[in-house]
Ligand binder design. Structure first.
Ligand code: GMT
Length: 379
């Protein structure tokens, strides 16, 4: 039976917004009515798809406000949309402030005799970097414990949540996913490799929000070592605070002509289809959706061994994992792989096969089961 579901997420290029959007569109495609409630239209949202609605949360400016009260505006919008469209489930992605706003909305609706079930998906930095900060911890812990169901995107994130917070509710692990149909391979006509590199050059890619936690400067260090041994280009996809330092570093090292800055794009799958290797030397990564996207496009991954990355990238099979900051080892592993045509081909295939364990087809029913089983403790 179809359900009426509200999805709250960050609408930007971050992994949590991408997962929430792809999930919502897939649910709509299966006949559920899906309402996205956020401050901007999510970047990957196709509003022309049937059963998909978007409700913008507006925040009024007022001279007294040093910070805009987004939680308040979101809560008000949630109450309005749940009431108007008779939603049954609110699925909030990223605890801050979404789980808190959903809790408030649930209480307000309860007073009107309207029942709503709240599912919270924790994505990573809402627990590890931001959520456990003393400024937020008590409210995050409260909103996790007061969600009707809590999910994390990896076992590692579940462990971190239990370690950092006092949790008295069950946590389900539901992995992130990709839709394999969206990843063309190098054999497909759409994949125009020649536009970016010559035939003898290897293509190395890195995709992130270029924040310090992603260690993009390590990406440059690794690539610097690779390009000394192997003719190659580096594709950098994404925008963020480290971008300027990256440009300086690339110029300093004299490799500006070998690095292509692509900015934010929705064509991640097309870029990945002509990449030979993906670099993800993050300080922490609850899952590493970008690594999974790379693998779905037959691209092996050189990553750190932090957080949930070992649940996605398999050492010596789909790529290699090193300790944080060990750029020498990461470069060495990359060079070894790129040098040997047969091994590289093997790793590409294994990466693709591993990505098949995280397909939309496998993950979507897990969320549907959770929605069907969830009981609300209110009204
Ligand atoms: O990595 C970020 O800073 C963005 C963040 C987000 O919320 O969009 O990503 C987190 O969620 C992704 C989707 O579940 C995960 O794949 C990323 O590993 C996770 N990032 C971190 O844990 C640093």
């Amino acid at each position: 039976m179809s359900m009426k579901i509200g999805i709250v997420c960050y609408p930007t290029f971050g992994g949590s917004g991408v997962v929430a959007t792809e999930l919502g569109m897939a649910l709509a495609n299966k006949g559920h009515e899906v309402h996205f409630i956020t401050y901007k239209q999510p970047v990957r949202l196709d509003l022309l798809s049937p059963n998909v609605y978007f409700h913008e949360v507006f925040v009024e400016e007022y001279p007294l406000f040093h910070f805009q009260p987004y939680e308040l505006a979101l809560t008000t919008k949630l109450v309005e949309i749940v009431t108007m469209y008779k939603l049954e489930i609110l699925h909030v992605h990223y605890a801050i402030p979404h789980a808190y706003a959903a809790y408030m909305a649930k209480q307000m609706l309860c007073e009107k005799g309207i029942k709503i079930k709240v599912v919270t998906t924790l994505h990573g930095t809402d627990i590890t970097l931001v959520g456990s900060h003393p400024n937020y911890k008590a409210a995050v812990e409260f909103s996790i414990n007061n969600s009707d169901v809590v999910t994390t995107v990896s076992h590692s994130l579940k462990k971190d949540t239990l370690r950092l917070f006092n949790i008295d509710t069950k946590i389900h692990v539901v992995y992130n996913f990709i839709d394999p149909k969206k990843y063309p391979t190098i054999d497909d006509a759409e994949c125009n490799r020649a536009a970016l590199a010559s035939e003898n050059e290897k293509i190395i890619a890195h995709i992130s929000n270029m924040r310090p936690v992603k260690r993009p400067l390590d990406v440059i260090e690794i690539f610097y070592r690779i390009q000394k041994e192997i003719p190659s280009k580096l594709l950098l996809v994404g925008e963020g605070p480290e971008l300027e330092s990256l440009e300086y570093k690339v110029k300093d090292l004299g490799i500006y002509d070998k690095v292509i800055f692509l900015g934010n794009t929705n064509d991640v799958n097309k870029i990945l289809c002509y990449s030979d290797l993906f670099l993800l030397p993050s300080e922490t990564e609850s899952f590493g959706l970008a690594a999974l996207e790379a693998m779905a496009a037959k691209t092996p991954v050189i990553s750190t061994n932090t957080g949930g990355l070992p649940e996605v990238n398999i050492q010596g099979v789909t790529g290699f994992l090193s300790d944080l900051g060990n750029v020498d080892e990461m470069a060495q592993n990359a060079i070894q792989l790129l040098e040997d045509k047969e091994t590289l081909a093997e790793f590409k295939l294994s990466a693709f096969n591993q990505a098949k364990s995280f397909t939309l087809e496998k993950i979507l029913p897990q969320y549907e089961d959770i929605y069907r089983a969830v009981k609300s403790d209110c009204c």
